[in-house]
Design a protein around this ligand. Sequence first.
Ligand code: HEC
Ligand code: HEC
Length: 356
Amino acid sequence: MRRIPIRGLAVLVVVLSVGCTPGEQVFEPEIPVLPELPLGLAAASLNVPEDNPMTAAKVALGWQLYYDTRLSVDGTVSCATCHSPEFGFADPRHVSTGISGYQGGRNSPTVINAAFNASQFWDGRAVSLEEQALGPIENAVEMGNTIERVVETLSGIDGYQRQFAAVFGRSTITPDMVGKAIATFERTVLSGNSPWDRWISTRDENVISESARRGEDLFRGKAGCAQCHLGFNFTDATFDLYHNIGIGMHLSDADLGRYNVTGVDADRGAFKTPTVRNITQTAPYMHSGRVATLEEVIDIYDQGGIANEWLDPKMSPLMLTDEEKADLLAFMEALTGELPEFALRAPRLPPDSEEN
Ligand code: HEC
Ligand code: HEC
């Protein structure tokens, strides 16, 4: 046994004799305690596939992969680059910058509560988090890698090789396992227990302001927001629905969103309804990232969205007063909740294995 310093802490590392030369240090992953489902979220809606049950060791592995830049072709970009815990697991840039400064065409949606979405991406083109996770690795402007190369890289890192074997019971790492581990970590990035959730559970009037309570009534009533931002996660993405509210439709090269997936005319310019939980942390807004503040978002809705042929019939001018706008904002602010602490930082990562 031997002590090695990691981040200023003395961590006791047990050297196993199996499969490694004497004196070699075996990487010990940090294993988080699986967080409880936060107040206000519906356990039954968490889409955990039968063939990918959640275990603490798998969360730990996915946590490492999520923060590991070695998944990108040039070692500079990780999932957290564009879905950063500092910015509500989203990106403060209107569109993200991946490897070599390349830019994509859409704003990074938050990973928070993505586990409740029926499908992933602004246009719903990935059906599961497992499938989604492999997308950015191979996307030319995001991580620019190939999944085969990622598997090769991970297989060459002792600390990963051992963990994949322990978690999946197979000695050969496959792309499927990489997707499963990352998705399992993402299923812990859940936010609930916001001031609003506490208000609902306690009815204690000190928990949220009167303005926020009026805002909730507007959200569900006059302003009509809850027609689409509905249920415990404030989105109908739980039901795989998409809407055109007009963002960017005036542009000659308008992003047609869901239409690109279905080819159905009515889906032109339709996008997934994002959750409004933790919305204060994830500016800028909309698929284009071109709407900077929540005040501007509210003004767009107040005007009835942006007129175009495919505008959702649920959209109409709201005629909100300044006070009503402030109330809506206060309500959305009360939806910012707590995230599991471990997920907010990068874990210790397995070191590159030394070439012999
Ligand atoms: C270069 C920036 C970038 C990197 C790196 C990146 N993403 Fe994304 N991510 C995006 C963008 C942009 C979108 C939206 C794309 C779209 O909808 O077409 C997205 C979408 C998503 C979504 C869908 C969320 C939703 O609500 O639909 C999830 C989940 C996600 N990414 C997870 C990951 C994971 C896991 C990784 C690492 C394997 C990763 N991302 C790497 C930019 C990035
Ligand atoms: C017809 C359905 C619908 C209604 C009604 C609706 N929304 Fe939305 N909301 C959406 C969709 C779809 C998007 C994403 C649109 C895009 O990116 O093009 C969105 C985006 C947002 C965003 C930005 C989220 C992000 O992560 O970028 C906020 C905030 C928001 N809506 C709040 C509201 C409020 C407040 C109201 C009521 C005044 C409202 N919405 C009414 C469907 C709706």
